[in-house]
Design a protein around this ligand. Structure first.
Ligand code: 13P
Length: 336
């Protein structure tokens, strides 16, 4: 177990090592279908494989990307020449990670709220993923803001599940990414987003403590504190950065290995700018990096979709560009 703890602490540090962040390509088949619909590509198993193989084999990606989160289907897939995608990642110095939750389901008794499922059988699945080469995992909880929500029950049910998942991960030698996403959807202002994110993170870290989760071997994947997408008054980058950091200072223990952000509907440029401003605000107790899905893939997906056979290099160039910009933002050196 001690060996595994040392290995997990090393993995967690590598995931947020200087100038690098995590690529999220763990979209479920349903979400992948939605993304492929926007580019007019059939969402077949082969097309999903070709698309993700294209992303993972971008030359030099490992310079900016420390790890990538895969979906169960993807961790089992091979490139057309028979090399497994996991091997391609390992050769590129990109740590394989795996999404292990089974999705956010309606929370009974609480209309409009969700609780993430997937704990049953998780121990066995985690051991299998470790043997397949995964060294970290992800579980996403969803917190929705509306007139009367979130309820404390929703926050607590999700924090409890996240902590049980995180403890099981560490037992299996996998670094848990704990992801409580406070959705941007809605007309709420940034002060409300702050309040809800603060409540959520307080509950999460209290549960991680109750479940003996080792924070040095754990990564928080957080939403930023932003105005609701339909709020008439949109906070600027400075306000987002100040609110987000202030929220973390009040809730996140310094022992945590690192914090990475999801993009959650922000544009590619916004997500990079916000991260950059935060990293310009001086010394922080934790490395602050990215684990974007859409904000790393949007341009690459579009270019690839225009001609999947011929646009591989052009799509890879788009991904590499965004990865490099976000790498600079982790150092507070993005300037575009
Ligand atoms: P987005 O950056 O597109 O929000 O995706 C990140 C992610 O992994 C959500 O779970």
């Amino acid at each position: 177990m001690t060996d595994r703890i040392d290995e997990m602490i090393e993995t967690a540090a590598a995931m947020v090592s200087s100038g690098r962040g995590v690529l999220a390509i763990d979209e479920s088949t349903g979400t992948c279908q939605k993304r492929f619909d926007t580019i007019g590509v059939d969402c077949t198993e082969d097309n999903r494989r070709d698309y993700r193989h294209m992303l993972l084999s971008a030359d030099g990606l490992g310079e900016y990307i420390s790890g990538a989160i895969l979906f169960d289907e993807t961790i089992r897939q091979k490139a057309p020449d028979g090399t497994s995608l996991v091997k391609i990642m390992q050769d590129a110095d990109i740590i394989p990670g795996i999404k292990v939750d089974k999705g956010a389901k309606d929370l009974a008794g609480f209309p409009g709220e969700k609780v993430t499922e997937g704990l049953d059988g998780l121990r066995e699945r985690l051991h299998e993923y470790y043997d397949m080469g995964a060294r970290f995992a992800k579980w996403r909880a969803v917190i929705t803001i509306s007139e009367n929500n979130p309820s404390q029950t929703c926050i607590e049910a999700n924090s409890h599940a996240l902590a049980r998942y995180a403890a099981l991960c560490q037992e299996a030698g996998l670094v848990p990414i704990v992801e409580p996403e406070v959705l941007m959807d809605g007309s709420h202002d940034i002060a409300t987003a702050y309040e809800v994110t603060e409540l959520t993170l307080k509950s999460l870290f209290s549960q991680l403590y109750e479940h003996n989760v080792i924070l040095e071997a754990c990564i928080l994947k957080s939403s930023m504190v932003v105005s609701g997408s339909d709020c008439p008054e949109q906070a600027d980058a400075e306000e987002v950065a100040e609110a987000t950091l202030s929220c973390f200072f009040n809730t996140v223990p310094a022992a945590l290995a690192g914090i990475v952000f999801l993009s959650g509907g922000q544009s590619e440029i916004e997500a990079t700018e916000h991260l950059n401003v935060m990293n310009q605000m001086g010394q922080l107790p934790w490395p602050l990096s990215f684990s974007y899905g859409r904000a790393l893939q949007a341009s690459a997906l579009k270019v690839w979709g225009d001609n999947p056979k011929n646009n591989v290099k052009a799509a890879q160039a788009e991904l590499l560009h965004r990865a490099r910009m976000n790498s600079l933002a982790t150092l507070g050196q993005y300037d575009e």
